[in-house]
Design a protein around this ligand. Sequence first.
Ligand code: PMP
Length: 399
Amino acid sequence: MMANGETRLFDRLEPQKPDALLSLIGLCRADPRSDKIDVGVGVYRDAAGGTPILRSVKAAERILLETQETKAYLGPEGDARFVELVRAIVFGDDLAKDERIVGVQTPGGCGALRLGAELVRATGANARIFVGQPTWPNHAPLIGCAGVPMVDYTYYDPQARTVRFDEMMSALEDASAGDIVLLHGCCHNPTGADLSLDQWDTLSRFIADRGLIPFIDLAYQGLGNGLEADAAGTRMTVERAEQALVAQSCDKNFGLYRERTGSLFVKAAGAGAAEIVYGNLLSLARTMWSMPPDHGAAVVRTILDDADLRADWHAELKEMLARIRGLRARLAAADPRLAYIDDQNGMFSILPLTKDQVAALRDEAGIYMAGSGRFNVAGLSDENVDRFAALVAAQLPEA
Ligand code: PMP
């Protein structure tokens, strides 16, 4: 007989700390200062500070409202046409034809990362996953909860503001064939510091020679230097590796965030092996979410299948990209100690600030960013970017 207290199942749970970012959002909302600056939360904001629905998305939603005839279930693979269209954007027309690559729709990039980790677990192999630090804080829970052991190494030094490529390569010397290497395809979150094409070349050859398996998180394609440039490292690496995983998201580049729109692609050693992988992806998806939500994928499919909507989406994506690049250039021009920001890509960068300096900026100036110094470049507006740069520069050590 269990003691009385132990029969109360939920009394056994450990209390969980509230998510640091959610607490930050709450603090920022409650701050009455009209000139407060929210660069904590990771959504793109336009010059007016809003995150509006893209024109192309609205147009596709109108079409869907008029033409969609059923809400009957899809299968665990989701919207197959969506996956086919996204596959060409991620891999380019040539590599997309490779029948060793299979893909399924997932609930966002998060779902893709989780499904990929579950697939690795399902193999029963003793694979480890090498993760460069710092990385997006959700990588550890999403991948770790599938039970794949993680090996951390230093990827970026926020004080020196440089990628530790040599350290990365020597850390990967410890990896054995069949081990996995988690990589950010572009717009590294949290640092914004991406590998150069030469570094991708070195790394992808090393991965292929050693029989390592790249697991590439491609959540910001189009928001770094353009759709093609942002996929170059991913394509090169997947082409050369015998086996690979790519977790893809449309939540940023289509502004679909809450619609949870993404896909997982897996390259296997042959077409037969790929078919088996596909079957495993379907049965694993069934155990987690049964099938992914439809709406975001239906919107993306509708846009990509219509030449005019596709062209409009390209224009909107270019506008977002130009705005991010413009803000980066302005920050870099404001102070030589911020010059590195213009060499980086995407929505995020890390400021070399201590936790106390981050807290001081919050308390004294109403600037909200993660305790690590990570801030969302796209969260700044034309009006506040110079004030932000000046306040941050005042906290930085002398050059
Ligand atoms: N990977 C990275 C690096 C991200 O920054 C994010 C979102 N912040 C994701 C994956 C997940 O994207 P989604 O919202 O599509 O799940």
